[in-house]
Write a protein that binds this ligand. Structure first.
Ligand code: ARG
Length: 577
């Protein structure tokens, strides 16, 4: 599939250069926002003309004159002071559609492969996953799916919180209870709470807990084993959520905080040697000019406390270093909520200063806002607790189930189960993915489960509807794919065709910016355009065989595009609804 945006941008660039403009000029075309502006627009003439002291209309005319788009554009217009509007040639679109429908992956070629580490999900051990972990988990997974689809070597890094002083208390408590319960079935939340309660009220237990922390830290085998047990129970329970969420993480992707323990003493020593870290009242600290504290002085980032404990930031310094040195990352992406931005920036500033990861390797924080309740406050349970992810997901499935039953009371139970899961989980995920991740968003059950608007049910239903159209044609997919040609006659067919061919440039944006909402908006718009096409252009009863075949092909490629898009979003589709 051509990347139309890139292709046209290169053509514009060539025309600008031919018109005598410097080759470093910005020549990026954009998808037009209105039909009357064509399919793509170039808005850069005015700026360039101003810089050169030329009338912009004159430059625009010259560029259009030099623009080599024969057979590609059927019309090029200049609007206003020098906007260039490009209308694509239907025959050219037809050729591109044929190429796309005839190849696997809709003709989307792989990119130059990079090794990309994606840090996502990262819940904490001995705690149940709550809604706070959902955004990282599902947005990160879209990033992973997209980068993998483009041919990159993606390393999923589930940086679980599996280390810290709380483990002394947890091990001591596990010792107390392990003979009286099946620890595989442990309710982690209650376990943690009970351990903490005991720790706070029982000084002898607290003393034992503190001794255990030391034993664990020096690597005593027995304590490591007990620690491992707690980690394993958590991993098994989280995996159930990942599977239910249709997220690609497995236990093989776990690279928890504890993995970096051994690196920490050397790193602190090295940073001291490099003169970056200094000792101050028993702790080891890096003072960063880039960050100011409340008094306006360079901010101190503690690497090691007086008592010998290392901190979260120290760990993230080691972690970035490891990802570059050992995993050979060409790019490192973190899906962590925006409240940790300063923490990451401090860790990475130190990483860069120490030369652990060269500037040429991007380290990116793809941050996101919070999930809010309808009242605009952080999403909580009625009594103000955190919402457990298992609870939220079972509620989603239940709600989907009653909606399905209301529409179709006679549905067989097996299919009802499957459909409830696909719709319920899809709705929760899509509601999140369709919002710009940077901002907070309101979690609203009713909105996410309607069949109208930019929702998962709408997209999933649109897919089954299109499939049912070409299923009624008497031809199977293979025949529709091979028979006949594309013939774009009406405005609706052209609009739909252009949108289909924009899949590639859409996916590339998601890969670069980690913004699934761009793909959601694309898919939603695609199905709206399909509806408009379907309403105006009869498919099965088209006026002649050429058009009938072309329209069937349009329906087929639209369905494949939607399915591919939803797959990248980790949203399942069904054939019948
Ligand atoms: N476990 C952390 C939390 O729940 C998130 C870890 C994110 N990854 C990282 N490299 N710091 O907040």
């Amino acid at each position: 599939m051509v990347n139309i945006q890139l292709f046209l941008s290169e053509k514009i660039k060539q025309a600008l250069v031919d018109a005598g403009v410097h080759s470093e000029c910005k020549a990026k075309v954009q998808q037009s926002t209105k039909k009357k502006f064509g399919n793509y627009q170039f808005n850069g003439v005015m700026e360039i003309a101003k810089r050169l002291g030329l009338p912009s209309i004159k430059l625009a005319l010259k560029v259009v004159d030099l623009l080599a788009l024969d057979g590609i554009a059927c019309k090029i217009e200049i609007a206003g002071p020098g906007f260039i509007n490009i209308f694509l040639e239907p025959h050219w679109l037809e050729d591109n559609l044929i190429a796309a429908i005839s190849s696997p992956r809709l003709g989307i070629s792989r990119s130059e492969p990079q090794t990309i580490v994606v840090d996502y999900s990262a819940p904490n051990v001995a705690k149940e996953m709550h809604v706070g972990h959902m955004r990282s988990t599902i947005i990160g997974d879209v990033s992973v799916r997209t980068l993998t689809f483009l041919g990159h070597n993606v390393i999923r890094a589930n940086h679980i919180g599996d280390w810290g002083t709380q483990f002394g208390m947890l091990i001591a408590y596990l010792e107390n209870i392990k003979d009286n319960c099946d620890i595989k079935l442990l309710n982690l939340e209650n376990f943690y709470r009970a351990a903490k309660l005991q720790y706070d009220k029982d000084p002898i237990f607290a003393k034992r807990a503190r001794e255990y922390v030391v034993k664990l830290q020096v690597g005593d085998e027995y304590y490591l084993q007990m620690w491992r047990k707690i980690v394993d129970i958590t991993i098994i329970q989280n995996q159930k959520i990942y599977d239910l969420l249709n997220v690609t993480l497995t236990s093989a992707d776990i690279m928890g905080e504890s993995m970096y323990n051994k690196m920490l003493p050397n790193i602190v020593e090295d940073l001291q040697k490099k003169g970056l870290a200094v000792e101050s009242e028993g702790s080891i600290i890096v003072f960063l000019n880039e960050f100011k504290n409340k008094k306006g002085n360079p901010m101190g980032v503690i690497l090691k406390k007086k008592d010998g404990a290392y901190l979260y930031t120290t760990n993230d310094i080691a972690c970035a270093k490891y990802r570059y040195e050992k995993l050979k990352a060409d790019r490192i992406i973190y899906y962590i909520d925006s409240r940790q931005h300063q923490h990451l920036m401090q860790a990475w500033t130190i990483v860069r200063k120490a030369g652990y990861v060269p500037e040429s390797i991007p380290i990116e924080h793809h941050m996101f806002g919070m999930m809010l309740g309808k009242d605009g406050k952080p999403f909580k349970t009625r009594d103000g607790g955190t919402v457990k992810l298992t609870k939220l997901l079972s509620e989603a499935i239940l709600r989907a189930r009653s909606i399905i039953l209301a529409k179709n009371p006679d549905i067989n139970t097996e299919y009802l189960d499957r459909l409830s899961r696909v719709l319920g989980i899809g709705a929760v995920k899509y509601a999140d993915l369709s919002k710009n991740r940077i901002t907070d968003y309101v979690f609203d059950w009713d909105k996410m489960l309607t069949f109208e608007g930019n929702t998962a049910p709408y997209m999933q239903y649109a897919y089954t509807r299109i499939v049912s159209i070409f299923k009624r044609s008497g031809q199977d997919e293979q025949q529709i794919q091979l028979n006949g040609n594309f013939k774009l006659k009406s405005e609706q067919e052209i609009q739909l065709a252009v949108r289909i061919l924009q899949l590639k440039e859409t996916i590339l944006i998601v890969a670069k910016e980690g913004t699934p909402h761009v793909l959601c908006a694309y898919l939603y718009n695609l199905s709206v355009l399909f509806s408009a096409f379907y309403e105006t252009c009869p498919i099965l009863n088209a006026e002649n065989e050429t058009l009938r075949q072309s329209r069937l092909k349009l329906a087929l490629i639209t369905a494949r595009t939607i399915k591919q898009g939803l797959e990248l979003l980790g949203i399942e589709t069904v054939e019948i609804m």
